[in-house]
Ligand binder design. Sequence first.
Ligand SMILES: Cc1ncc(COP(=O)(O)O)c(C=O)c1O
Length: 453
Amino acid sequence: MKRSTEANDPYVARDLAHVWHPCTQMKDHEQLPMVPIRRGSGVWLEDFAGNRYLDAISSWWVNLFGHANRRINAAITRQLESLEHVILAGFTHKPVIALSEALTKLAPGLTRCFYADNGSSAVEVALKMSFHAWRNAGHTAKRRFITLTNSYHGETLGALAVGDVELYKSTYKPLLMDVITVPSPDCYERETGESWAEHSRRKFAHMEAALAEHAHEVAAVIVEPLVQCAGNMRMYDPVYLRLLRDACNRHRVHLIADEIAVGFGRTGTMFACEQAGIQPDFLCLSKGLTGGYLPLSVVLTTEAIYAAFYDEYVKLNAFLHSHSYTGNPLACAAALASLAIFREDEIIERNRALAAHMGARARELESHPHVAEVRQTGMIVAVELVRNRTTREPYDWRERRGLRIYKHGLERGVLLRPIGNVVYFMPPYVITPEEIDLMVEVAREGIEIATCD
Ligand SMILES: Cc1ncc(COP(=O)(O)O)c(C=O)c1O
């Protein structure tokens, strides 16, 4: 039965008159429904007509403990009664102090926290800080960055430059700094019979060669540890990160771990780098940092980097970077509440059963004639659709098969948002096994519909 959406119409009309939506060809909305949401609860979103949507993508990978979470709501409300915001230069406040203490405990060896207010800005901070730290130490030639093919680090010009998703990048190339791009360890491309670890190790040869050739002019290597999320949820083995840490040390190049999407339990551990047993020089966090409530990001770094800037003012070695809402108290209070839930409810342990169930259900799609691979890292599961399963010939992007799945999901009450031909699940951690079953079933129906011609 088709769902009624009439009560949404007045909001849709007002929206389309003035709101320019992110990452959207607005003309699509001549056909595609705009969904005005009036409330959320747990994994569910509800529109003005009373239709519910299971948020299988955690509202762009931010939400961890459900919408309108009682504990996070209470923490923000409490904070609101005493202080909504204060300048973080020259002034400080309790939530930012407590959050910095908590984060540095979770990431041993990283002792300093520099705040911004979204993921792209955190990446800009890490890039600038790396370059500037070398410069303060007299290494002025180190001004380039090494990145992986298929990587994504955000949309501001610096972050876009170190990314490699053509769809977002190619138009703006004339504006972007020149980077060194080496092949990703993406395990979708492994040879038959090759393990993830073997493939990732083999691919590392490219990185080693790039470092050997360019280390003298390179400030840092930037990677998304274990999962290239915006790059079609492609995954690789932790061994790559171990090799990379070692090579960065040998070649005297910083390592920036962009865990903006994968941090806070998504890969099965609090941070993905833990699975490789490594410590980056810069750890970028955002998205799940506040449980998906408020915009906040942070770059954690080492005492050595901090020391490279600590000097007499007149030497002009300070890191003079700021954003108005840096370290906002409400956002820090939400982050503290989210970390408390991790501790008190033993989320990392509890997620193991959820991840196992999600993986098992999703792997039932493996036998589908248009599924090339079902892959998983912790709480992230992805299904790669292809035109031809034997040759792995992809569907032409212009066919927009994923969009058919998105539309079917909306009709059936599940918010799926395939990236190209990849359907993925990255739900909030409060999802139940029954809700996982529903999410995968609706994806299966969607795949059926999207691949029937
Ligand atoms: C790995 C990674 N880095 C950076 C960003 C950019 O974050 P934001 O959208 O908050 O600017 C994203 C966003 O998806 C991301 O996935």
